[in-house]
Design a protein around this ligand. Sequence first.
Ligand SMILES: [Zn+2]
Length: 650
Amino acid sequence: MAARWLSALFITVCVTSILQAQNTYWQQFVHYDMDVTLIPLEHALAGEETIWYKNNSPDTLTQFYLHLYPNAYRNSKTVRAREAKRFHRKLLAKAQDAGFIDIESFKIISSDEAGGVRSVSAFKVDDTILEAELPRPLPPGDSLRIELSFYLKVRKFAGRAGYRGNQYDFAQWYPKVCVYDETGWNAEPFHFNGEFYGEFGTFDVTIHLPPTYIVAATGTVVSGDPGWDTVHVDTALSDAQWQQAWEDMTDRRRKQAADGQMRSVTFHAENVHDFAWSTCPDFLYERGEWDGIPIHVLYRSRVKKQWSKVVVRRGARALAWLSGKFGRYPYPQLTIVHGLLGGGMEYPMLVMNSSQREGLILHEVGHIYFYGILGNNEWKEAWLDEGFTTFQTRWYMESRYGRWGFDRKSWLRRATWLQRHRPGNTSREANRNMALSYILSGYDEPISKPAYSYNEPFGYSMNAYTKGAFFYDMLRYVVGEKTFEKICREYFDRWKFKHVNEARFKQVCETVSGMDLDWFFDEWLHKTVKIDYALGEVKKINKDSLWLTEVQVLRKEKGKMPVEVQLVTEAGDTVTQRWPGLANEGRLTFETRSKPTRVMLDPEDKVLDVRRFNNGPPRVEVLFDYPNLSYSPRQTYLVTWRPSGWFNDV
Ligand SMILES: [Zn+2]
């Protein structure tokens, strides 16, 4: 009763503090109006940009900051290039591949109390940040306007954007407002590790292109023709029919090119904090739909065999899954583009992917939720975007393909004899091994750290992705499956189109679960503690046809997690109890009718326990020593054998 009263009090405290947090929450508003022209002969883009900015903060602003991300690739002296060098990486293959953005005209305009207009044109650029003093301090509730023009020299593809052949991927390409939040201005230069953070708002972008260029972008087309109809793939056609259709298409487009009329398309997007686009004369287009939401897929003709039909289908499944687990996809379209990069990259409503892989589509489309809709500061708390989407991808793959976590049936069809016969790890096991070897490597760093501050080159990816994803596995384990699903929906509902951070996510977790999760967030995000529980003494007493088994559990490391203790009886029954795991030692009693035969800790391998051999009696498995064997069943000694032949000439 007392416990119930306490938890009721705790929930009340949480609800009150959430209401307070929501009442005091604010975010700035920004509206971009851009008019840009692609000049392929110069590999350049000329742009005009107007930014309307409303100060919704309680502070009076005196300065203003814009990101000029393309300048990170201007030369080898930029912050990003220097940090890359520290990790023995090079941003640009050759100096002539460089790109940059020059601000050709600039004006900040704001009206004063008397209704007069004041403006300034002075600004300074340091690396990838433009700083300007406002013509007058901007009090809470007031707005200003910035008018500028820029010349973007597009770099040869590097990082996430650039050109290769006749394709242009435009990402982080325009002067972009730095976020002003409760921590002040987030005017961070573009680091080697770490991604982005943007103000939510509206984009109206008009793009002028040579007529043969097909274009895809964040937002919906409100005027002009992006060219999709001219390259629309009719998926019902046979190969021969398609060949004919392709020739007709090419013919039509040759005529279009001869006409010489520029293509002009305007895209409009709301509730987004970035705008990306991609264009190429060689794109083919396919259209799909999920629950009334159009799915646009654009890919280069050489991958038609791999991309056709499959990507549209996978995109629809991703939307169905994400909408079901978190909340309905709130944007009017989804675009999946065959990007120039290896891997994939996410932008609001649009992802650039290097392949048709299902896991990649789930990861990047998932980012439209975790980064896009729930907009965290990516360089500061990458676990909120990379960790969450890596976790949800594995969750999707396991719910679709079972414990293997990948489409093993299709894989087996393509596998060699050796691959088919050699035992292997599930996707979760492979990732768990990776996380555990990092945790035990001596180089472990906390999950929540600014992306650029990791000491080792692999620190960022291990923490943002691998350990970051396990954070959500552990959270689900601590609060329980049903509560976790409620947390996912509540988090989306409460924070969509807003900036999220650890405190905001934690508040949702605590309100929904009714649990105090300080210890959990602190341990998993800010420390590098190891978790190791061991099975201690097991005492069995047989009394009046009942078996009483007393099990001792020991905590061997500083890390704390609830631990499941499972007892198996001669009759084959299993009984599981959960021990809170906070003390150094605990005892649990099991009462069974049948004789206990085996006791094991964490039977389903849910906790990232660093030493699994002390979780119960280990098993021994004997198997052939296959080449490149990557197999690690839990609590098992593997004995491998292989024949060997030799001779001597004596
Ligand atoms: Zn990602």
